[in-house]
Design a protein around this ligand. Structure first.
Ligand code: UDP
Ligand code: MG
Length: 335
């Protein structure tokens, strides 16, 4: 039977913590009763440097339910993406499968069972995808949609309308742990892992209590981080703009020379306008070219894994396993 860890990042969530804990414990109990996960499955709360009573509440919950509730206390506020990573990497050695979910329970816990079913069907990553954004404000909805469109234009593969409500098998988290980059954008990184994936769909609800910990500033930063961590396309755009302007400079040259020969120009204008267009274009090309090298250095410096072997069919008596030792206890009813 597979052991499940539900990872919950929490920043100033004192209003929702107890509700989240009891809801998630009920989910665990239900799944254990149905024989879908093992009885020692647990919820892991990650306290992301909260300034309110969040950590005390986690300690209380742990004292009351030591087998089901664990906690990780980060030394300061590092943000949702890092807090979630800390939780996943802590949980990975203690379980067979993880599910990450926000503390405010906006994501529907009812689909967790479906996620587990898909995991038993052999999926390593199951994305929770929002059907509609009825409860979000018009502003949040439109900005989010623009964001996804823009990301696709920039060549970043992300799952549409998926935030960080996601199931990951142990070997997927293991592979993820090889991505050492500090500019984290988890939604963009998961598709790079490349194991079998699937989606479950749900309606996103209102926050149970408290207010959003993701103000506009943090959202914009996340969006910018998402693009700059995954795409060197903006550099290519500069080079392209350079070529465009050099091309335009020839058109401008034609115009300037005609004006010159027809005699309707101020002295010195022709040479000035020609130099401005031509040099401007050449400079952009040069910057773009330097940028291409910097883009390459950037990609190298990240040191991401170049590939991830999923399976090897061994020849003769060579016993080899793909990935990092295969999926321990993965299939349903394997033990
Ligand atoms: N969160 C966190 N660190 C932060 C900000 C948020 O761990 O610096 C957590 C927060 O407690 C919640 C999740 O990230 O569990 C999502 O935040 P929130 O619900 O406020 O974002 P929204 O749903 O409004 O986008
Ligand atoms: Mg929320």
């Amino acid at each position: 039977m597979d052991k499940l860890a539900i990872v919950v990042p929490c920043y100033n969530e004192e209003e929702v913590l107890k509700i989240a804990s009891s809801t998630l414990r009920n989910v665990l109990d239900d799944l254990v009763r149905k024989g879908k996960i093992s009885g020692d499955s647990f919820v892991l709360f990650v306290n992301d440097g909260s300034t309110d009573r969040t950590w005390e509440l986690i300690e209380e919950e742990h004292a009351a339910y030591p087998a089901q509730v664990c906690g990780v206390k980060l030394a300061g506020n590092v943000g949702h993406q890092f807090a979630l990573t800390a939780g996943l990497l802590t949980a990975k050695d203690m379980c067979d499968v993880t599910i990450s979910i926000d503390a405010d329970l906006q994501d529907d816990v009812a689909v967790i069972e479906e996620m587990i079913d898909k995991f038993h069907d052999g999926k390593d990553i199951v994305y929770g995808v929002r059907k509609e954004r009825k409860t979000d404000t018009f502003f949040k909805r439109t900005t989010a949609q623009l964001f996804y469109k823009f990301m696709h234009m920039m060549g970043v593969k992300i799952v549409y309308n998926h935030a960080d409500f996601r199931l990951m098998s142990r070997r997927a988290v293991e592979e993820f742990s090889k991505y050492k980059e500090t500019n984290l954008f988890l939604r963009g990184m998961m598709p790079l892992i490349g194991y079998p994936t699937d989606c479950v769909y749900y309606d996103r609800k209102e926050r149970v209590a408290g207010e959003s910990k993701y103000p506009l500033k943090k959202m914009v930063m996340l969006a910018f981080n998402g693009i700059s961590s995954f795409s060197v396309k903006p550099i290519g755009l500069i080079t392209a703009a350079g070529f465009m302007i050099v091309f335009l400079s020839f058109v401008a040259a034609l115009y300037a020379l005609i004006s010159y020969f027809t005699g309707h120009v101020v002295k010195g204008w022709t040479s000035l306008i020609l130099s401005i267009w031509f040099l401007g274009g050449m400079q952009l090309i040069a910057i773009g070219l330097v940028g291409q090298y910097i883009g390459k250095i950037y990609i190298e410096v990240k040191g991401r894994p170049r590939y991830n072997i999923e399976k090897i069919l061994p020849c003769g008596d060579h016993s080899v396993e793909g990935g990092d030792g295969g999926r321990s206890g993965h299939s349903a009813g394997s033990d």
